[in-house]
Design a protein around this ligand. Sequence first.
Ligand code: FES
Length: 180
Amino acid sequence: MDEEAGHATKPQRRRIMFAAGACAVGGGALFLSQQHNATRSWPHGTPLKVDIAGLPEGKLKTVEWQGKPVWILRRRPGEIAALQKGGEALADADSRESLQPPYTRNALRSLRPEIFVAIGLCTHQGCTPALNGDHFLCPCHTSRYDLAGRVFKVGPAQANLVIPAYRFDGDNTLIVGEDT
Ligand code: FES
């Protein structure tokens, strides 16, 4: 599956809704968190190659990987600068408790400043947040995340978005599922 936000085909929508819906009733989110708590390892799996050459600034692309939506956002320079300022409103600004690869343990939570990659499932109960200007907003219980997937204190979710293993192969190819 390869879509830009809002343009999934019906089967793609069904698969993503299934993943989000299962989590929304609690089971999926529980499974995700239990799995992560048990291993404390960020998600790995069969590598998925994604062409990001045509992804414009400010656009979110969603691909399906391991039955979950993986987001790829090309952040604008102004958005990158804003993320590097203070994080008093964030629950885990330094991502100390977050599930993510060590090579993304920085202010932008990414390998490259402009490309943000994360699993697009709310860490509360697994709904799919939406890009809403300078943040992601979860429609279920209004948790908010910044453009590095760091959760704001207001709202029930208290863990940042999970970041899977990923690496780049050249300038325009992203490999999801494998470490760099
Ligand atoms: S699932 Fe509850 S805020 Fe996202």
